[in-house]
Design a protein around this ligand. Structure first.
Ligand SMILES: [Zn+2]
Length: 311
């Protein structure tokens, strides 16, 4: 039987756990809603229950399990801690130690555990089994309620010193722009994240509620919806071109809720890119649509497979 790893995907709305084999097949999985609690242990409890449930099927006499944890960020991979913006109860939460202790308790063997941010896991998943599986180097981008990303360079995750590299949502695309929640000015997210485009449209008199309605109205020709998407995708194009120019990467895989609207997003994005990606080595950069529904979970599995087995 091929080796299975434990993948843990922690998000603001749900926590998914699975045993995944080296072909990327999910053998056993469990999903729990992320509790809206202010207590760190209460938020961790359903994750622990899901891990126990999934490991009930794990052979008892196996060698040390390899575990990959993907979490909403920011993360601190050297410390093994996470402080997700959308999980207020967790500040410097020692998720690596907690999961390692739990897995050791259940299996009798201390596991090897890796941690990465959710944008990094998205990139790893799409690189392993999705839209980037034919390239050695790519950037994965999630455009949703935020804008996140991660880079796989020469088939390895480029994590950065703290595990937060390629934080594309918070690079400035407008040095004279308003102050972002992060403290910087004119960040990509301020224009390109779903709720930002919705708010901009509402300020211009649009009466819809969310990004899904906004993209639907843009598709139907609503001029306000189209205008704010133009602005958002121009900002995203500037951020992608900057990243491509810096990292010398040509393949960008874009996923997340907003991107699922399809051409109404991708057409303006590709058009604006022509104005920003202008140096010879980035003019032919390619924006692809993500294909996996569970790239984050599969990316956590890919992270686990990249860890050295315990000796
Ligand atoms: Zn910012």
């Amino acid at each position: 039987m091929s080796e299975q790893v434990l993948a843990v995907d922690i998000g603001g709305t749900k926590i998914a756990v699975a045993l995944v084999d080296d072909q990327g097949a999910v053998r056993t999985d469990a999903v729990r809603p992320t509790p809206r609690s202010t207590d760190a242990d209460e938020v961790y409890a359903p994750a622990a229950a899901a891990i126990r449930e999934v490991l009930a099927d794990h052979p008892a006499d196996s060698p040390a399990l390899r575990v990959g944890i993907g979490s909403a960020g920011p993360v601190d991979t050297p410390a093994g801690t996470v402080s997700p913006v959308n999980i207020g109860a967790w500040r410097d939460f020692p998720v690596v130690e907690r999961v390692a202790t739990l897995v050791a308790e259940v299996t009798g063997v201390r596991p090897v555990v890796g941690l990465a941010g959710d944008g990094h896991c998205f990139a790893l998943g799409e690189h392993w089994l999705g839209a980037g599986r034919d390239v050695d180097t790519m950037v994965g981008l999630v455009v949703s309620t935020g804008v996140g990303g991660g880079a796989v360079i020469d088939n390895r995750l480029f994590a950065g010193t703290s595990g937060n590299a390629v934080h594309l949502g918070h690079i400035s695309v407008n040095a004279w722009g308003p102050r972002c929640v992060c403290g910087c000015h004119g960040c990509t997210e301020m224009y390109a994240r779903g709720p930002a485009m919705v708010a901009a449209a509402q300020e211009r008199g649009w009466v819809g509620e969310d990004a899904k309605a906004l993209t639907a109205d843009a598709r139907a020709g609503d001029p306000v919806a189209r205008e704010v998407i133009e602005i958002g995708m121009r900002a995203l194009a500037a951020a992608i071109a900057t990243t491509a120019t810096e990292l010398d990467v040509r393949t960008f895989v874009v996923g997340g809720g907003v991107s699922r609207a399809g051409e109404v997003i991708f057409e303006p994005l590709r058009r604006h890119l022509q104005e920003f990606a202008v140096l010879d080595y980035v003019v032919d950069l390619e924006v692809r649509t993500a294909v996996l529904a569970n790239a984050g979970l599969l990316g956590a599995a890919a992270l686990a497979f990249s860890l050295s087995p315990a000796s």
